[in-house]
Design a protein around this ligand. Sequence first.
Ligand code: GDP
Length: 316
Amino acid sequence: MTARHILALSGGVGGAKLADGLQQACNDGRLTVVVNTGDDFTHLGLNISPDVDTALYTLGGVANPETGWGRRDETWTFMDTLARLGGETWFRLGDGDLATHVERTRRLAAGEALSAITADFARRLGIQADVVPMSDQPLRTRVHSDEGIFDFQDYFVRHQCRPVTRSIEFAQGDDVRPSPAVLAALADDALDAIVICPSNPYLSIAPILAVPGLRDALREAGVPIVAVSPLVGGAAVKGPTAKIMAELGVPVTADEITRQYDDLLAGFVLDERDAALRERIAVPVHVTDTLMRSADDRVRVARETVDFAKHLKARA
Ligand code: GDP
């Protein structure tokens, strides 16, 4: 795989695995990872950006391999002490992870942009890729459910996705716009492809596409946009993607994901377990094993995705 510059859209754990594969496969090429911040929230007085941190820890090689989120070799003194004091413990913050949130909160309060802080953290973690929050202004995902309206982490962590989803809202002010680094990456003459990682289309990718101007900017970049299916064998590998599709009244099949991305897509990477759905997909399809269990899997899926996108670009 030789690519000059790839831009990837990513949520948390599923997306970060492919982003990691892209980073390994990029060699001398450039990778920009645009990360969902719709999950960001303030907790215990701290500004927490869960998907940005999953991207940073995964690309920086310090992610917890068991959970996919949080840091490896983490200690839990803070959380244990907080529990003894009767504090809120539903959102687990390891000691090392806590330092990320404390330092981010301090720098945001001092007036720095989230994208500048993230770029600096990425550099300090030795990450080759540019990790870019989708926006420096807050856009917050809220889940409207049969049990009321929940802020995202309340739904996702505290209530473990149990409420039945009726609709999803992206609450935002008038000033929300794409991070300047996203627009600069999309304007790069060397950009070869845009990859939508196998993240939750409704909770992780939709907020990115809801940033005013971002969807149009992706389309206008003039390079193939290829999505990797987050459904494997008609089910989510992890998380509520399938549950939400069912609750929204959408068939839980991979071809439905292509309808979610609609006019953006030039091609779709479909898992081999879902190969029978190929005929129902309107754009060119690449069928492969998309399950990323090992580091080698990540690199293989990344290479195949980029080669597929480059083939589409050559044909265009
Ligand atoms: P979250 O924010 O941590 O929930 O993570 P994401 O939104 O990035 O990813 C959740 C989606 O990733 C789910 O739909 C999973 O099915 C999908 N996913 C996780 N691991 C894999 C994998 O190895 N292969 C594929 N194709 N999808 C995956």
